[in-house]
Write a protein that binds this ligand. Structure first.
Ligand SMILES: *Cc1c(COP(=O)(O)O)cnc(C)c1O
Length: 430
C-alpha cells in the first residue's frame, strides 16, 4: 500500500484512517460532512523545521496565509512566534483578530489599494513588498499624508532560467509579478529618493509546489547580485526575503525538507559574505498542506462501466469543486482514501461532486471499494482548500475541525443557507 502523504500524523490503525490518533470516520459522524480536519501538531512541526534550521540567525518566517487563513490556524502559528505574509487588507484584519502581531507582517501583492496601504501603515506592518515603481509613488503619497514612513522591500523578478527550471511559474520575465531584474537598481534609487519611504529589504517569490533546491539557490544568487549593486549605489538593504513555494507530497513528489532548503540557502548566503543579513521566508503550502484532509460522504454510485453500459463508474460524494477547487482548477491530483477500509475488491471510480459542471471532479480513475454512506478522505487538503472554496450552487461552505493535542475542536461552523443570502435584497415596488 502506498505511503500516506501527511504521515506520520496520518496513519491506518486496522481498517480505520486516523489523524493524530483520531478515527476520521468518527469525526465525520460527529461533525458532519463535508468537513476539513487539521492536525495542529503537523502544522507546528512544519513551522518548526524552518525555525529550527534558522536558529542562531536573524530571521522571520512569515506564513503565507492565503494557503489557509482560518483564525485558529493563524492563532496557532502566531503563538509559535511566526509572522505572516498577507496579500490584502482583509488578511491583515484576520491576523489581528487571531492575536497576531502587525510588526511581524509583510504585505505582498501586485495590486494594493491606497486604503489597504493606509490600513497597513496604521497597524504598523513590518514592510510592504512593493511590485512596481507606480506602487512606490502611491505608497509614498499615502505615507506622507499620514506622516508615517513606509518600510519597503522591492519584489524583484529574478528571471530564473526557464530552461533549467521549467516548473517555476512566477519568477520569469513576462510574468505579472515583481520588478524586472534589469530595472531593480533604478527602482531602488527611486525608492530611496522618496521622502515617505524607508528601504529595508529585497524579496522574490519564484513559484509554487517547487520540489528542488536549485531554483532557490539561483534566485538567491540573483538577489545578492542586486543587493551588492544597490548598496554600491548608496542604498543599504537590511533583509533578504526568499519567498515561499516549497512543495509538498501529493502523490510521489519528493520535495526537499524545509530544514535542508534553509541550510543550503544559509550556506550560500555565508559563502557570498552576506551571512549577517536577516533572512525571511514566506512559506504557505509547506506549512499546512499535508496537515489537513477533507472528509466527504459517498451519496450515490453510478456504475456505468461495471454494468456493461460502456460508460464510466461515478462515485458521487457530498463535497464538490466549491469545497476543493484544486482538481477542477489545476487538474491537481489529490490522494483519496476510504476512512474505513472494506474487505471487498475495489472498482475504478471517478469521484465527483454534485455541482452542475463537468469539471466538478475530485479524483479520476481511482481504485476504491466503496458503498453509499462511506466516508472518504481527500488528503493534503490543508492548503488552498478552504481559502479557495465558494458558494457556487448555493452550497454552504464546509465546517472545520482542528485536532489540538489529539482533541477535536470546531474552529469554523458549517455555513447556513440563510447566511448565504442574508445580504441580498428583493426589488422594491416601482
Ligand atoms: C502564494 C505566495 C506565497 C506562498 O506560496 P506557497 O507555494 O504556498 O508556499 C509566498 N509569497 C507570495 C508573495 C505569494 O504570493
Amino acid at each position: 500500500m502506498s505511503a500516506l502523504p501527511g504521515a506520520p500524523h496520518l496513519a491506518r490503525a486496522g481498517a480505520e484512517l486516523q489523524l493524530d490518533g483520531r478515527a476520521l470516520a468518527a469525526l465525520a459522524r460527529e461533525f458532519g460532512t463535508p468537513l476539513f480536519v487539521y492536525s495542529q501538531a503537523a502544522m507546528l512541526e512544519a513551522l518548526a523545521a524552518y525555525q529550527w534550521a534558522l536558529q542562531g540567525r536573524r530571521h522571520l518566517v512569515c506564513y503565507a496565509m492565503k494557503a489557509n487563513s482560518s483564525l485558529a490556524v493563524l492563532q496557532s502559528f502566531a503563538s509559535a512566534g511566526c509572522g505572516f505574509d498577507i496579500v490584502s487588507g482583509g488578511e491583515l484584519a484576520r491576523v489581528l483578530a487571531a492575536g497576531g502581531d502587525a510588526s511581524r507582517v509583510v504585505f505582498s501583492g501586485v495590486g494594493k489599494t491606497a486604503a489597504e496601504m493606509r490600513q497597513a501603515l496604521l497597524a504598523g506592518v513590518r514592510c510592504f513588498n512593493v511590485e512596481s515603481t507606480a506602487e512606490l509613488d502611491t505608497l509614498n503619497a499615502v505615507a506622507l499624508a499620514l506622516d508615517r514612513p513606509a518600510p519597503v522591500s522591492l519584489r524583484v523578478n529574478p528571471d530564473v532560467d526557464a530552461g533549467t527550471h521549467p516548473y517555476i511559474s512566477t519568477g520569469l520575465k513576462g510574468n505579472k509579478f515583481g520588478i524586472a531584474h534589469a530595472q531593480a537598481v533604478a527602482a531602488y534609487r527611486h525608492a530611496a529618493s522618496l521622502p515617505g519611504l524607508r528601504v529595508v529589504g529585497i524579496d522574490c517569490h519564484i513559484g509554487s509546489q517547487i520540489t528542488q533546491i536549485a531554483p532557490y539557490l539561483d534566485a538567491l544568487d540573483r538577489l545578492l547580485d542586486l543587493v551588492e549593486q544597490v548598496e554600491a549605489a548608496g542604498v543599504p538593504i537590511h533583509h533578504v526575503d526568499v519567498g515561499g513555494g516549497l512543495g509538498i507530497t501529493y502523490s510521489d513528489e519528493a520535495p526537499p525538507a524545509a530544514d535542508e532548503l534553509v541550510a543550503q540557502l544559509l550556506q550560500r548566503l555565508d559563502a557570498r559574505g552576506h551571512g549577517h543579513r536577516e533572512l525571511l521566508f514566506e512559506p504557505g503550502r509547506s506549512l499546512v498542506g499535508n496537515a489537513g484532509v477533507l472528509l466527504t460522504e459517498v451519496l450515490v454510485l453510478k456504475p456505468g462501466a461495471d454494468d456493461g453500459s460502456g460508460g464510466k463508474n461515478f462515485c458521487i460524494v457530498d463535497a464538490a469543486m466549491n469545497d476543493l477547487v484544486r482538481p477542477a482548477m489545476y487538474e491537481a491530483w489529490m490522494q483519496i482514501e476510504p476512512c474505513t477500509l472494506r474487505a471487498s475488491p475495489p472498482s475504478t471510480w471517478d469521484v465527483v461532486g454534485p455541482v452542475c459542471e463537468s469539471g466538478d471532479w475530485l479524483g479520476r480513475d481511482r481504485a476504491l471499494a466503496v458503498q453509499p454512506g462511506d466516508v472518504l478522505a481527500i488528503l493534503s487538503a490543508g492548503a488552498y482548500g478552504m481559502t479557495m472554496s465558494s458558494n457556487y450552487n448555493t452550497r454552504p461552505r464546509a465546517a472545520e475541525v482542528m485536532l489540538v493535542q489529539g482533541r477535536p475542536q470546531l474552529i469554523r461552523e458549517r455555513e447556513t443557507v440563510a447566511s448565504l443570502f442574508a445580504g441580498e435584497r428583493l426589488l422594491g415596488r416601482a
